[in-house]
Design a protein around this ligand. Structure first.
Ligand code: NAP
Length: 237
């Protein structure tokens, strides 16, 4: 079903995004991955994807910068001949209690985790509208649903991403475009190093694996009658 489709994955150089790129490539999709600065990691992912026999390229682009996103998506469309699926996965955290959080910590997280997704959606949606088909998958977090002490900036961005998802789903449904969010719990990546103790609260007794989130993204990319949803993947938290 995904064979020959083109997917853009932001934050594809590491962690969940890397696993998403690999799962889409295994399903036969061509992959354009966006990363922030880790060129070696991005190139390593591209080499792995090409071993699956699909087309793959990496693009350095700060997702929070609309003009950079505009230029990058234009280049991707030139290189791949179009785009069918967008996975907004790039994200950062700057965890601090509210009483000691710096304004910059708040602004940076909103800029990357929320505005970054808007930037990609704003640029890619008209392309999908013209084709009357497409899938957009946004990686939110259970912090956006439940809140989490020490993460007011991150929770606000991830809750905002859910609002963005639900509203865009309503706007784009008449054009046969599905927009959904995934809300992971604790997943083993660079972002959760040091959180092994907190993960003991997970009813299933372990952290999630990036591949488990990736499988859900691939499922949503093939689901034509699910839109405006937020799916938790958190081991029962
Ligand atoms: N891990 C978890 O437990 C968990 C739970 C819930 C939600 N999430 C969400 O899942 C997503 C992926 O998380 P992760 O744990 O896989 O993170 P990660 O391992 O820290 O990887 C972050 C990825 O995002 C890219 N990135 C960061 N800032 C960027 C920017 N300004 N522009 C473009 N790309 C940027 C990074 O590129 P470079 O390699 O170039 O730095 C990297 O590829 C995030 O949105 C995160 O909030 C994670």
């Amino acid at each position: 079903m995904l064979k020959g489709k083109t997917v853009i994955v932001t934050g594809g150089s590491r962690g969940i995004g890397r696993a998403v790129c690999e799962a889409f490539a295994e399903a036969g999709a061509n992959v354009a991955l966006i990363y922030a600065g880790n060129e070696d990691a991005a190139n390593a992912v591209v080499n792995t994807l090409r071993e699956e026999g699909v087309r793959a390229s990496a693009y350095r682009c700060p997702v929070q910068d609309y003009s950079a996103v505009d230029g990058t998506v234009t280049k991707i469309i030139e290189d791949f001949g179009g785009v069918d699926i967008l996975v907004n996965n790039a994200g950062i955290n700057r965890d601090k209690l509210l009483i000691s959080m710096k304004e910059q910590d708040f602004d940076d997280v909103i800029a990357v985790d929320l505005k970054g997704a808007y930037n990609l959606m704003r640029r890619v949606s008209p392309v999908l509208v013209r084709k009357r088909s497409g899938k957009i998958i946004n990686i939110s977090s259970i912090a956006g649903l439940d809140g989490n002490a020490g993460q007011t900036n991150y929770s606000a961005a991830k809750a905002g991403l859910i609002g963005l998802t639900k509203s865009a789903a309503k706007e784009l449904a008449s054009r046969n475009i599905c927009v959904n969010a995934i809300a992971p719990g604790f997943i083993e990546t660079d972002m959760t190093v040091g959180l092994e103790e907190a993960a003991k609260a997970v009813p299933l007794g372990r952290m999630g694996r990036p591949e488990e989130v990736a499988a859900l993204a691939v499922f949503l990319a093939g689901a034509d009658y699910i839109t405006g949803e937020v799916i938790r993947i958190d081991g029962g938290l």
